[in-house]
Design a protein around this ligand. Structure first.
Ligand code: AHR
Length: 361
């Protein structure tokens, strides 16, 4: 199955309209009927952003396989189709249904104060997953689990600097376009900022920034229009793998060559996520550097719920460690500062088929 088929299959599988309240939700365990679950079953409402990317599909799968009936859960899953208004409706439905926990993967950072206050008033703990929320009062959610998007962006920028320096390419000859993620999402804010800091630090030319909404179709459309506007693009900074797939298609359709040899006219594509398809393109030399964003949050969210069930305190922010993969070994390490202001040194792993085969997503 190719990546588009996978995305379509996911879309069809996770969404249906409940005729009573118009909410797109799927009850993932039990035999239907009443919302109340058996006494020892933990009911979890999960508001998912959508099914926009391979990463998101892997994230949904991780949640569904963790919060299964066999594991003692009833999962009420809602696909918001990338719309915050759908997420607000879903959360209000979860509150009405008196779920034990709400899991929220927020589409953007702002706009959550009121609904999270409603969940708090109903005494329902909220666990934020993946992207962050920007709220006036941190007690509106219980805990957060996800990735450090700013660190991801900084790793990518440091890799680009190390790579171009190693190849003797002058910073003023590096002409970048940034296909951004969904504007206002943590993943976009952090990755765009990481690049912008690199531009300030190293003096590259940032020709344009435009959102590709984390989808392949939009990534392709944006790349097509950027190629028409600029004839000197030699680096495309895609803020996720699906945008990179679209950008690669657009570059090749324009008769240009995707690759790392930018001194000889190739256009380098960089990306985030390290999905199987993304790393396959990295192995083929089409994505020069792919910075990991790990989607397997199901077991991590379950660990937090188990701790809360046991009456334990949990950390407010729970960051996941992530790797960097590249087509070749030109750069073997990068130094970067994370969101907590700690500097770290991170290995860059040249990708192999064996690594791809051994990965879960
Ligand atoms: O928030 C994580 C981002 O959202 C992933 O990079 C992207 O693929 C997804 O849609």
């Amino acid at each position: 199955m190719n990546r588009e088929d996978l995305q379509n299959e996911e879309k069809n599988r996770v969404s249906f309209i409940n005729s009573n309240n118009g909410m797109r939700y799927e009850r993932c365990s039990g035999s239907g009927g009443g919302v109340a679950a058996a006494d020892d079953t933990i009911t979890v409402g999960f508001s998912q952003v959508g099914a926009e990317s391979d990463w998101r599909t892997a994230n949904t799968e991780s949640m569904k396989s963790t919060f299964s009936e066999e594991n003692g859960y009833e999962l009420i899953f809602d696909d918001a189709q990338q719309k915050q208004e759908n997420q607000l409706t879903a959360i209000r439905n979860f509150i009405q249904q008196e779920v034990d926990y709400i899991l929220l993967a927020p589409v953007t950072e702002t706009g959550w104060d009121t609904v999270l206050q409603e969940a708090k008033d109903a005494d329902i703990p909220v666990i934020i997953v993946d992207r962050m929320v920007d709220v006036s009062d941190d007690s509106l959610y219980t805990t957060w689990i996800g990735t450090d998007s700013l660190l991801e962006g900084r790793k990518a920028a440091e890799w680009l600097n190390a790579y171009t320096t190693a190849k003797g390419i002058d910073a003023k000859d590096v002409n970048i376009v940034d296909i951004q993620g969904t504007i206002g999402s943590t993943a976009q804010i952090g990755r765009s900022k990481g690049l912008e800091e690199g531009v300030d630090n190293y003096g590259w030319n940032l020709l344009a920034q435009q959102s590709g909404e984390f989808t392949q179709a939009k990534g392709q459309e944006v790349m097509e229009s950027m190629l028409k506007q600029y004839d000197n693009i030699n680096v495309v900074y895609c803020e996720n793998d699906n945008e990179a797939f679209g950008a690669i298609d657009a570059i090749e359709a324009a008769g240009k060559t995707v690759g790392s040899d930018i001194a000889n006219g190739e256009i380098m594509v960089m990306s985030f996520d390290t999905t199987n398809a993304g790393l396959t393109d990295t192995l083929a030399g089409k994505i020069a550097c792919d910075v990991e964003c790990n989607p397997l949050h199901g077991p991590r969210a379950e660990e937090l719920i188990k701790a809360l069930e046991a009456g334990e305190e949990v950390e407010k922010l729970n960051y996941v460690d992530e790797e960097i993969f590249a087509t070749d070994d030109t750069v073997d390490k990068v130094k970067a500062v994370n969101s907590l202001d700690e500097e770290g040194e991170y290995d860059v792993t040249p990708i192999t088929q064996e690594i791809i085969d051994g990965r879960a997503y």
